[in-house]
Design a protein around this ligand. Structure first.
Ligand code: SF4
Length: 354
């Protein structure tokens, strides 16, 4: 465990240089190797790669986002390449990352950069914030990491570290403005991108959710939560309301060549513009809905999926027959359908193929 000084400093802002030196030295020795991060001592990262990784990492984990990041940057190496991609190709490549409005915003932003900025990302927080789908967090992260701006970058990892450092008694999410203000007191002109990533890395690998690994932390000397002896007590959180549950039916319809019937979902709303299985409405009390073929439907069980605002149970039914549903149908071989569908429909199709 790092030595704790006999006189523990209580005012982090006054101790800012020492806090920063300690964390940046830790970062130089322990930074994570990430697909979108150049090696230590390299030139600043490409803004396109920083932006793309930050959009992908919103609400998903680094291991889950990494293969998508590699596939995207191999297929579309620059923001102008991505801007020129067909919508359907990008939506299909995004399938499985969730939050599909983000994929539509991704394209809109790439096209704004390619069309309105000559393929070059704006280099200020304000300029980045004006781009479609770029919120305060992403603008700050790209400004700091790609352009060396002293922006205050606060994600969930940083919130947790700051809540513990200062033993913030206000529960999340109400504590967010306070945590952002406290994090801002530690920002400085020196190595702003490294500082942002150092805080993120500390939160991801040491000051983890649940039990933090304080014995590996460079900040114990200043950390009020550590000094309390019960660091896992922070951050405080308001209890979440239970998600409502909706129900529906998903139909896995095969043709006589073994292909599967898919439909394109409406552009607006949940999973908008994505390919999907034909389904009934999703509601709290499902009414009977007409299947998309007159056929002998077999019950294949049910799958569960959790969206941001509700949980969904889909009863899966399978049959072989001719399309008699509403709208256009796209027949795809099962393997191709599996790789083109968002997670909820992939789960239902896997159940229907089992
Ligand atoms: Fe987190 Fe422990 Fe470090 Fe405090 S000392 S910042 S609780 S890991």
């Amino acid at each position: 465990m790092p030595p704790v000084p006999a006189q523990v400093p209580t005012s982090i802002p006054e101790q800012r240089p020492a806090v920063r030196t300690a964390l940046l030295a830790w970062y130089d020795a322990h930074r994570r190797t990430l697909a979108w991060r150049p090696g230590a001592g390299s030139a600043r990262p490409d803004p396109y790669r920083v932006w793309l990784s930050e959009i992908m990492l919103q609400q998903t984990t680094t291991p889950h986002a990494t293969p998508y990041f590699l596939a995207f940057t191999q297929r579309w190496p620059t923001v102008s390449d991505l801007a020129g991609a067909a919508d359907a190709d990008v939506m299909a490549a995004w399938a499985g990352l969730g939050y599909y409005a983000r994929a539509r915003n991704l394209l809109a932003c790439a096209r704004a950069v390619a069309g309105g900025h000559g393929g070059v990302f704006p280099d200020t927080e304000a300029g980045l914030l004006a781009l479609p789908g770029v919120g305060a967090y992403t603008a700050a992260a790209v400004a700091a990491i790609a352009f060396g701006r002293p922006a205050n970058v606060v994600d969930g990892n940083v919130e947790r570290v700051v809540a513990r450092l200062f033993a913030v008694e206000t529960p999340l999410p109400g504590a967010k403005p306070e945590l952002k203000r406290l994090a801002g007191m530690l920002v400085a002109d020196d190595r702003p991108g490294d500082w942002a990533q150092a805080l993120m890395d500390l939160g991801a690998t040491v000051c983890r959710p649940g039990r933090p690994l304080c014995e590996r932390c460079p900040l114990t000397a200043w950390c009020a939560a550590f000094q309390s002896g019960e660091p896992e007590r922070w951050p405080l959180k308001v209890k979440k309301a239970v998600r409502p549950r909706r129900h529906g039916v998903a139909w896995v319809l095969h043709d006589d060549q073994g292909r599967v019937a898919l439909v394109r979902r409406p552009g607006e709303g949940l999973l908008g513009g994505m390919l999907g299985l034909p389904t009934s409405d999703w509601s709290a009390a499902p009414a009977g809905a007409a299947p998309p073929a007159r056929a002998e439907w077999r019950d294949a069980g049910a799958v569960d999926h959790v969206f941001t605002h509700f949980a969904l149970t889909l009863d899966v039914r399978t049959a072989t027959g001719q399309w008699a549903g509403q709208g256009d149908v796209l027949w795809l071989p099962a393997a191709e359908a599996l790789s083109s569908l968002p997670t909820v429909f992939r789960k239902a199709l896997e159940r229907g193929l089992a």
